[in-house]
Design a protein around this ligand. Structure first.
Ligand SMILES: C[S@@+](CC[C@H](N)C(=O)[O-])C[C@H]1O[C@@H](n2cnc3c(N)ncnc32)[C@H](O)[C@@H]1O
Length: 210
């Protein structure tokens, strides 16, 4: 039962004691994953960049610093009202200037135009999507032709928590997500080990072909 409770909070943190503890955990332990995702997606200063399931917003903060041209802009989506609010507070100045736009919505239904985004990144997020193909279809829709997506995870940690029934079903498996990406129009889909600072992470790369 505790496993299910933690899993629910990881997948959708709420403004409760458990949700606050999860948000602290994400800020302390996932910061490095967020940083590596930002680095691996190869952001250019004038890009339009999207982060899915941004949680507390540390990855958004790193990405925003790279978008130095006036055209460069950052979009974040998260369906947790608590995380949306936490990230909005963290990115207050960038949101006020229009550099960053945050949407409180589901990855499977984003209020974004077709072919808008150059780069997409996300960390520890796809495992919670009930339908990976729906999510991948929507990401593909909003990406420009040739746009690059990177999803970062630590497979050993994810497999360990999945074995404790903290994650629902089998969607945590990278093969499941990569199959969904291939089925929905992404090419060059691959997973690579990448060293970032003192840890090795797994990065799933995909290119939006159109
Ligand atoms: C485990 S947390 C990871 C947060 C952050 N990326 C990190 O690594 O610290 C997963 C986040 O994804 C969000 N999320 C999960 N499924 C989502 C969906 N279908 N649409 C939007 N956000 C989602 C959750 O609300 C939560 O903030």
């Amino acid at each position: 039962m505790w496993a299910e409770k933690i899993g629910k909070q990881l997948g959708h943190p709420t403004r409760t004691v458990a949700g606050w503890l999860v948000s602290r955990y994400l800020q302390v332990f996932n910061h490095i994953l967020e940083e590596s995702a930002v680095q691996l997606c190869g952001i250019q200063s004038g890009d339009t960049v999207l982060e899915l399931g941004h949680g507390p917003g540390l990855g958004l903060q790193s990405a925003a610093k790279l978008l130095t041209e006036p055209a460069g802009c950052l979009i974040g989506v998260d369906y947790s009202a608590y995380m949306h609010q936490m990230a909005s507070e963290r990115l207050k100045a960038c949101v006020a200037s229009g550099k960053v736009t945050l949407h409180h919505c589901d990855v499977a239904k984003m209020p974004l135009a077709d072919s808008l985004v150059d780069k997409v990144f996300h960390c520890n997020c796809y495992y919670f999507w009930p339908d990976l193909r729906k999510g991948a279809t929507e990401i593909h829709r909003v990406m420009k032709p040739g746009g690059v997506m990177v999803a970062v995870l630590r497979l050993s940690s994810i497999a360990a928590i999945a074995a404790k029934q903290v994650l629902p079903g089998e969607n945590w498996r990278p093969e499941a997500y990569m199959a969904a990406l291939r089925d929905t129009g992404f090419t060059d889909v691959r997973m690579e080990d990448r060293r970032h600072k003192y840890i090795t992470v797994q990065a799933i790369f995909a290119t939006a072909s159109k």
